[in-house]
Design a protein around this ligand. Sequence first.
Ligand code: SAH
Ligand code: SF4
Length: 437
Amino acid sequence: MPAALHAPDLRSMSLEELAVLVERMGEKPFRARQLFRSIHHRGAASLDEMTDLPRAFRERLAGETRLTTLAVDAVQRSSDGTRKYRLRTGDGKFIEAVYMPEEPGPDAFDPEADEEDDPGRKRVRRTLCVSTQVGCAMGCGFCMTATMGLVRNLTAGEIADQVYRVNADLRDETGTEERALPATGRSRRAEASIEERALPATGRSRRAEASIEERALPATGRSRKAEAPIDAQRPLTNLVYMGMGEPLHNYVNVKRSLDLLLHPEGANFSHRHVTVSTSGLVPNIQRLGEETRVKLAVSLNATTDEQRAKLMPVDKKWNIAALIDACRKFPMKYGRRITFEYVLLKGVNDTDADARRLADLLAGLPAKVNLIPYNENPGLGFGDPGAERVQAFRRILEGRGFAAMVRKNRGRDISAACGQLAVAGQKEAPIRLGVRA
Ligand code: SAH
Ligand code: SF4
């Protein structure tokens, strides 16, 4: 008999908590480590896969606990190698995670990601953008996720499992772990591509254009990136907490997920390769700095409180001065910088004066700026300023000595920009959530 939904979730438990559980069940202490490694190092999808555990123990675990595993509902692939995963939770909610393979270079998603490792060494990064909530409570006017409101927080196990499901899918491709996976009739990949074909091709003119553009590009850089070989030992190298939801509004579960994902007996991500993005929940920025060593990204998006409060209601609670002050106090390792994300919205926050004010605000901070041309959402009333304006904005920042990169619109043909994933997904999904107008 499978355990009920309220039973403790093995995927969300620390090694220490598993040790207590194992002891209570009268099992040998080393079973805790074995369980933890199965769940977080191998990313097992079910207890049945843990054949190194005695059957009787597995049966007892199945009766008294549960193991959160997300179902891969659909995978959409972009011509630039980006993949959008729509994942289903145990209670039928849909979340999305976006995979972005990328070679190093000035236009890379995070050009300084490896500067602490070895400045001379360049490696291919395979980054996953994970969600932390179903929906979001923060109400930013330009963001599709905001239109859902907050449906619920994701558990630590659900945050971590996004990594394990995508790792498994990428490994499938290399063919190495195929035998280790249970032989369920149809492969997940086959199911996903069937779903992809079934997705309606309506209302996508922009995305369709983008994919035509991409196909028309010469088969250099881009196509090589799409074919970047996947290392079966380490399919994903970097994580960004920039998907659906506000990570610092779900602090406890996010912190727990970081502990799980960075654990040396688990997926063993380095804090150097993990970035948490926030819209500016000041007290929890401080807490994140005290309790973790991961990198910080801040969605600033405006340069005056008048402007920012209109776009991001969080500014009414913690204004720009409080936010910048929290950034100044954020513990920084040598050579590390805070990323300031700045979504460029046509005629709203994209003028030369905005760029100059942005440089003034960040003066003296170890900062780099990530300019994000707005990925238009029909109905929200904001527009993309266009490449020329974006470059002019960038040049002003660079003139003031800031590293400023323009985030590529990854996977625009599949609507895969982080932060605007959710609602399109919900619309395509078989079960609709209550989307607030
Ligand atoms: N809630 C967190 C992390 C998720 S949003 C945060 O706000 O930082 C991730 C990023 O996507 C944010 O910088 C946000 O400003 C940006 N974003 C949201 N909607 C977007 C859109 N339609 N186009 C471009 N960027 C968008
Ligand atoms: Fe939430 Fe970030 Fe979207 Fe704002 S931009 S509504 S904080 S997900």
